[in-house]
Write a protein that binds this ligand. Structure first.
Ligand SMILES: [Zn+2]
Length: 90
């Protein structure tokens, strides 16, 4: 199976990130630490079949974030995101 066959878009993260953040996360804007591209989370490349969930920049393919869960815990690594802009509604 090719990796392109495994790729989803960032909207697949809505439920998982919704458990971590209170805001609607698919419309949050992330800045790629590698190339500086700014995109809504819903437009990112998601690989949910990896060990855990891996999210890559569609522009440069850098890993933006990783999410793993197990034993009643969620681990979130945001190393590849230099800025995450969340809407507050006010
Ligand atoms: Zn990038």
């Amino acid at each position: 199976m090719e990796s392109a066959d495994l790729k989803l878009d960032g909207n697949a993260l809505g439920g998982l990130l919704g458990e971590i953040f209170v805001s609607e996360m698919t419309v949050a804007r992330s800045t790629c630490a590698a190339c500086g591209a700014v995109r809504e989370v819903g437009a990112l490349a998601v690989y949910a079949q990896a060990p855990g969930t891996v999210v890559r920049c569609p522009g440069c393919d850098a890993v933006l974030l990783r999410i793993a869960r197990g034993e009643g815990r969620i681990w979130l690594e945001l190393r590849g995101v230099s800025c995450l802009e969340l809407r507050t509604g006010s």
